[in-house]
Design a protein around this ligand. Sequence first.
Ligand code: CAA
Length: 291
Amino acid sequence: MQIQSVGVVGAGQMGNGIAHVLSLAGYDVLLNDISEEAIGAALDLIRSNMTRQVGRGKIAEADMEAAIARIRGTRVLSDLGATDLVIEAATERETVKQAIFEDLLPHLQPHTILTSNTSSISITRLASRTDRPEKFMGFHFMNPVPVMQLVELIRGIATDEPTYKACYAVVERLGKTAASAEDFPAFIVNRILMPMINEAVYTLYEGVGNVNSIDQAMKLGTNHPMGPLELADFIGLDTCLAIMNVLHDGLADTKYRPCPLLTKYVEAGWLGRKTQRGFYDYRGEVPVPTR
Ligand code: CAA
């Protein structure tokens, strides 16, 4: 089936990036959030990120204006019922995602494909609570969406081939590359990335290194663009902890136990860049390590 219109639920860090790349690829985008401010902030951010791309010669100014004109913000979730594909990018909490699907389902067209940008929750379980498990799958973008080349596509146990092919075609039209993952906790990227980040926090917790030495070691020693603690702040420490809990619970192996120091930062509300404090303090001119 041909997809032309896409509904994006959630105008946060991931939702605005997803709307950004979809609109540039020519899709009509309906961007939904419960908060009018969040929608306004997302549209402003999309414009400023696209302006940066124009400045670097990546896209033409006319393409930017045309893309922005293809995005419409809405607080009314049922408006997304008219679209061909829905990508849910709300908070990484199963109860929140489930409530969104319950509200949305009565308004969807029969052919609409329903997907979630979840980074770790079972696609099969989310799908089983909808009226269309065969038209449901995981559509997982990486942050920052306009820059990162990968999209993980995750089939639930019931996902049918036309649904997979339609989503694969969207990834191709975005100019990105799809990696296909089976539906096991945290899929591929986070199954490997999060234990590394968690181990970096253990390395800090046990005093093997401080924030600077751990990040320097991994940046300069393994050519990672960001150190693991800087990356954890970028992703959000609450998200990192949530994914470690999914791995720990879902695979029942103690090697996935979240580091108590990661839990402590989350309990403090030091969630990384989004709260201006995590393993680094971002309130000044330059980030300052907090340990
Ligand atoms: N929109 C558009 N363009 C952007 C952008 C955005 N939001 N953010 C950065 N860019 C562009 C910049 O304009 C710049 O463009 P040029 O190459 O044309 O110069 C380029 O990206 C690099 O940006 P910067 O020069 O500002 O900074 P940098 O060189 O330090 O790169 C980075 C920034 C791309 C974020 C890099 O540090 C990086 O790749 N970090 C690792 C990111 C990563 O691992 N992401 C995956 C996280 S895991 C995940 O997302 C899954 C999950 O479920 C948790």
